[in-house]
Ligand binder design. Structure first.
Ligand code: ADP
Ligand code: MG
Length: 697
């Protein structure tokens, strides 16, 4: 099969629909997809029949509604197409009702208290804007998941709502700017995904990787990531075979993957797809993470998507490239080539900058997790402070608008935004500022604070909604302005916005202490950890934002807040307990065994000749013995603190205790254990060390 033949071969895409559906049905479905209009049951029935036929032709025997509960993973419930018709015979059946609606038992998914007030039943509803596909002999139907009374229980529903909010506000603003031909605006996303590959046999021996996805102990290897090329060579053939297979599997699913081999840390890689409409991109990223794990297993690897699998080695993130596109095919963050396009660009650009400034706390919240706390602000990922990188050129343009000087001209002259033509901002990879959390890269913004395992839904819900809000404010300010006043009014609106929000623009090095101090002076948020930032979800200004645009109801906000707190606490709880086990059952016994070996060799030496020196052995034994004492003391303290934490009933108090006390103790314990590990011979540790995992594949 050639690549073009393979591409999308397992997707019920537009080409297949056109081929398989009667013309009127195709048109009706297309209308639903393009305009979000209601789908009639007779259309659904006809689509279901065509979908089933196509799926069966491609070897599918089952179908499943595929959804994204608030755990951040995906869920599915398989049913077969088989329907007995008597005489021991069956037919393959699939109805419009089965396509459109499912009823999984919602009680096995977190609801953050929503379920207490409602029935345990949940509904999944077909999202026709994301194409169905076949995986492992099953027809997958992307769906939204909600409770019996319609409260969102998933990550797709708020995303679709936020896209709709932005669509509505953007079209209104475009109308005022004279761009009345635009019927809809969609946001687009291209998520770049980082990951580690480790050998399956190594993985299986590490309790910490199995239970927590990251290593909780482990001395640094003699060589770190600075030498990656050398060691990378040995690993390459297996990895490229993996990547080849991964590409093919993704292509079949219509995911336009472009793999790259260029990550910083050893055993770390990146995959970037071509961007797509946001909800399709979110579905595809979830699917990509699934397929990465599955293909890894086939190749004797385990794919680690944790944000920080190895201390001292760069962790993994995800870059969320984001923009807005009209149904007429115009990227609204492209500066354009004519004055009218420039004005439009500047208005939308300022909407984004204001959104980030006003809702930086929510953006920080949207990337908060126990795993990502190890990265943000740790000089390998953007700082926890959210700021915008614009580059010098564009920053100059905004400055001249603010100060009424022509771009590059010192004299004060009112700058006529309608008449000036902005320089075209070509994507320039050389002056990319890797330390910025939110960077303008020529015709899109790149939100770089996401962790590798995160569903990209949340950050995009926040972006879409915050920008929708700023656009709605712009619309309110402009809607009653007379046509001949419009240019002036837009000009002063931009000036005001720039003056108010330029504090969030920062083109310098985000890793420095100076920036932290400067950001504080500017009054920017700096939430260092997940428990610090989670309460902003329920802050009045943010509740107002989400409820105003119908993204979340107040109870949906509280349910999500609960779940985030619970996830955080559970994650650290499992890590702490795993660490206690690993230290007690593996590390301390290994240490003891080594001390035994040394003691034995001392007595043997003495037996041979009493005057032989055993100074070195005694010194080592003394050191190890001291470390053994400290480790066993620290591990029992940690166990005690876990017990204390288990007794904490208030969710935020518990989360803070895990962050401030338990994580700190884990670090203390790890430090001593890692020092001891450096003294241990390779064969006494019952699990592979960093060097083995990272370099010897
Ligand atoms: P890099 O950041 O590694 O230099 P690129 O800038 O080429 O790579 O692209 C990064 C990602 O941005 C890709 O997934 C690409 O598809 C995506 N992208 C490009 N244009 C847009 C857009 N208008 N909206 C959203 N994502 C986009
Ligand atoms: Mg990038």
């Amino acid at each position: 099969m050639t690549v073009p033949e393979m591409y999308g071969s397992l997707v019920f895409n537009d080409r297949v629909m056109r081929e398989k559906l009667p013309k009127d049905i195709y048109k009706a479905l297309r209308k639903t997809i393009d305009t979000n209009s209601h789908l009639e049951l007779d259309v659904a029935n006809a689509v279901a029949i065509a979908m089933k036929e196509w799926a069966v032709e491609h070897g599918a025997t089952h179908f499943t509604h595929w959804f994204q509960p608030m755990t951040g993973f995906t869920a599915e419930k398989h049913d077969s197409f088989i329907n007995p018709v008597g005489n021991g015979e069956v037919i393959m059946e699939f109805s419009g009702k089965e396509l459109v609606k499912g009823e999984p038992d919602a009680s096995s998914f977190p609801s953050g208290g929503l379920r207490a007030t409602f029935e345990a039943r949940g509904y999944t509803a077909w999202d026709p804007t994301s194409p169905a596909f076949i995986k492992d002999g099953t027809l997958y139907i992307p769906t939204a998941f909600c409770s019996y009374s319609g409260e969102a229980l998933d990550k797709k529903t708020p995303l679709l709502r936020s896209m709709e909010a932005l669509n509505k506000e953007a079209v209104k603003v475009l109308g005022l700017l004279g761009n009345t031909g635009v019927k809809s605006v969609a946001t687009t996303v291209g998520p770049e995904q980082e990951y580690f590959l480790v050998d399956k046999e190594d993985f299986k021996k590490r309790m910490d990787l199995i239970f927590t996805g990251r290593t909780l102990l482990g001395a640094k290897p003699p060589k770190g990531q600075e030498m990656e090329d050398h060691y990378f060579g040995a690993l390459k053939p297996r990895v490229s075979a993996y990547m080849h297979d991964l590409d093919e599997e993704l292509w079949k699913l219509g995911i336009p993957a472009k793999t790259k081999h260029n990550e910083v840390a050893p055993a770390q890689h990146e995959l970037a797809p071509v961007f797509d409409t946001t909800n399709v991109a979110v579905d595809h990223n979830q699917l990509t993470m699934d397929v990465m794990r599955k293909v890894a297993d086939k190749h004797g690897f385990v794919c680690l998507l944790h944000e920080k699998p190895f201390a001292g080695i760069n962790g993994s993130g995800k870059h969320n490239n984001w923009s807005m596109t009209t149904d007429t095919g115009v990227n609204l963050l492209d500066p354009g080539k004519t004055p009218a396009e420039n004005t439009q660009f500047l208005v939308f650009l300022m909407a984004v900058i204001s959104a980030v400034d006003n809702y930086a706390d929510l953006m920080r919240l949207s990337v908060a997790s126990a795993g990502n706390d190890h990265r943000l602000g740790a000089n390998e990922a953007p700082p926890a402070i959210i700021s915008v990188f614009l580059g010098d050129e564009l920053t100059e343009v905004l400055k001249s608008i603010e100060n009424d000087t022509f771009f590059g001209n010192k004299e004060k002259v009112t700058m006529d935004i309608g008449a000036s033509v902005l320089p075209h901002f070509f994507k320039d990879t050389t002056d990319r500022n890797r330390t910025s959390p939110f960077a303008f890269t020529g015709n899109k913004f790149e939100f770089r604070s996401l962790g590798s395992s995160l569903s990209v839904s949340g950050p995009n819900v926040v972006l879409n909604t915050a920008v929708a809000e700023e656009l709605s404010k712009i619309y309110e300010e402009l809607k009653d302005v007379a046509a001949d006043q419009m240019t002036d009014k837009i000009h002063s609106l931009l000036k005001d916005r720039i003056a108010e929000h330029k504090k969030v623009i920062f083109n310098g090095n985000g890793y420095t202490d100076e920036w932290v101090a400067e950001a504080e002076k500017r009054g920017l948020y700096n939430y260092k950890s997940t428990p610090d930032v989670l309460p902003v979800f329920v802050a009045d200004k943010n509740k107002k934002l989400f409820t105003k645009h119908h993204i979340f109801t107040e109870s949906e906000i509280y349910s999500r807040y609960e779940i985030l707190l619970e996830n955080y606490t559970k994650t650290i709880h499992i890590e702490a307990k795993t660490m206690v086990d690993m230290v007690n059952k593996q590390f301390l016994p290994a240490l003891m065994e080594y001390m035994d070996q040394i003691a034995t060799s001392v007595s043997k030496k003495k037996a041979v000749c009493d005057s032989l020196s055993v100074n070195a052995e005694v010194r080592l034994l003394t050191k190890l013995s001291g470390q053994y004492d400290s480790i066993s003391e620290l591990v029992s303290e940690l166990a005690g603190e876990i017990e204390t934490a288990e007794g904490l009933t208030e969710a935020l108090v518990a989360a803070k205790y895990y962050q401030a006390t338990i994580l700190a103790k884990m670090e203390e314990l790890r430090k001593v254990a890692d020092e001891a590990e450096e003294l241990l011979p390779e064969d006494v540790l019952p699990y592979p060390d960093y060097a083995k995992i990272l370099f010897y594949v």
